[in-house]
Each structure stands twice: as structure tokens, then as C-alpha cells.
Design a binder for this molecule. Structure first.
Ligand SMILES: Cc1cc2nc3c(=O)[nH]c(=O)nc-3n(C[C@H](O)[C@H](O)[C@H](O)COP(=O)(O)O)c2cc1C
Length: 183
């Protein structure tokens, strides 16, 4: 006979705090309703070749000093380059650059930079010339967080591209917002 009692939690990965939401799909659905911008995080490997991937887990952290963060999947091939060179850069994508976001998130990292003009940054990896805005950073701190590594970057160079609308990721789809400043 089945014993009645408190429902046992399912198996959680080692080190997972108790009471944490077990349903990964629910977690993903919730986060999918949090609209974000879309960026390309770039690095430069030891041979000088650029690497990069699409990232929306990017946030401002501190004004003084100026710090931002990027959460990178431990499985990301670019992550090793960013950690080795202790630097990364972030290019904010425009509404019309959905194809670039798709290209830089594809499983095969070949030809990601094909036909893309790059802009060098002060002592950091290059950024996309066509970026809406960009920053390059020195890795200030990093720590493991579950299956990701949180990279905190001290901003060493930054700039604005021509005005435009941003690429937005919401409910697993690309879109935009009308970001025209109101008069
Ligand atoms: C809209 C979108 C946002 C993404 N955000 C992130 C992110 O913040 N961090 C991350 O590690 N991967 C993110 N990814 C997945 C990476 O772009 C993808 O795994 C890429 O292939 C990694 O490339 P790499 O292994 O060459 O570094 C995102 C993908 C998409 C489509």
C-alpha cells in the first residue's frame, strides 16, 4: 500500500537550495515574459581573431565604478576566450539586425563575423560597427552560478552608434519597441 505523507521533492541538482522552482519550463516561460535587449558579446582570441555570441543576460551593475555583467553558459565556446584574455565587449543590436542575433546563436560558430565591419576598442575586443551602442570591458570579477559563469566587467571604453530602434527579445521571439523619444 502506498504511504500517504508529505510529497517528496523530485531530484534536484546538487547544491540546489530547497524550495526552488523545479519546473524548468515554468522558469523559462516566466523569464520569456521579461523583455530584454539583444547583444553580441565579443572577445578576441590569442591569435587576434574575434569570437562572439548572442546574449540577453546583460545588465548594468554599478555606476561607480562603472560595471556591467554578462551571464555566459559554461558550455559557451567563447567563454574560455573571454576568461583567458580577461576582457569582453558588448554590442547592442538594432531592430533590423535579427539575422545577426540568429547567426551568433547558431550551434556552429563558423562565419559569424562574415561581412560584418568591426570597430576596435581601447584595449578591448572589437565591437560591431553597426551597433546601437557598445562597451568594452576588463573582467573585474567572475563567479560560477549554476550552469553559467557571471562575468562582471569594468567598462574601459564605450560609445553610441547612430540613433535607431533596438532589437528586443520577448516570449522567445524577436521584435522591437518604438523608442523614439517623446517630445
Ligand atoms: C536571444 C538569445 C539570447 C541569448 N542569451 C545568452 C546569454 O545571455 N548567455 C549565454 O551564454 N548564451 C545566450 N544565448 C545562447 C548563445 O548565443 C548560444 O549558445 C551560442 O551558440 C554560444 O556560442 P559559443 O558557444 O560559440 O560561445 C542566447 C541566445 C539567444 C537566441
Amino acid at each position: 500500500m502506498e504511504r500517504k505523507g508529505p510529497k517528496k521533492p523530485g531530484r534536484l541538482p546538487t547544491g540546489t537550495p530547497r524550495g526552488i522552482v523545479e519546473d524548468a519550463e515554468l522558469f523559462k516561460d516566466v523569464m520569456s515574459r521579461f523583455p530584454t535587449g539583444v547583444t553580441i558579446v565579443t572577445g578576441k582570441d590569442v591569435s587576434g581573431a574575434p569570437v562572439g555570441f548572442t546574449a540577453n543576460a546583460v545588465a548594468s551593475v554599478s555606476l561607480s565604478p562603472r560595471l556591467i555583467l554578462v551571464c555566459a553558459d559554461k558550455a559557451s565556446e567563447s567563454l574560455a576566450v573571454l576568461l583567458r584574455t580577461r576582457s569582453f565587449a558588448v554590442s547592442v543590436l538594432r531592430a533590423e539586425d535579427e539575422e545577426i542575433a540568429i547567426r551568433f546563436s547558431a550551434d556552429v560558430p563558423d562565419n559569424r563575423f562574415l561581412d560584418l565591419e568591426l570597430r576596435p576598442t581601447e584595449g578591448g575586443p572589437p565591437v560591431l560597427e553597426r551597433a546601437l551602442a557598445w562597451m568594452s570591458c576588463r573582467v573585474w570579477k567572475e563567479f560560477e552560478a549554476g550552469d553559467h559563469v557571471v562575468l562582471i566587467g569594468a567598462v574601459v571604453d564605450a560609445g553610441l552608434g547612430p540613433e535607431g530602434q533596438p532589437l528586443v527579445f520577448f516570449r522567445r521571439a524577436y521584435g522591437t519597441i518604438d523608442a523614439t523619444p517623446r517630445a
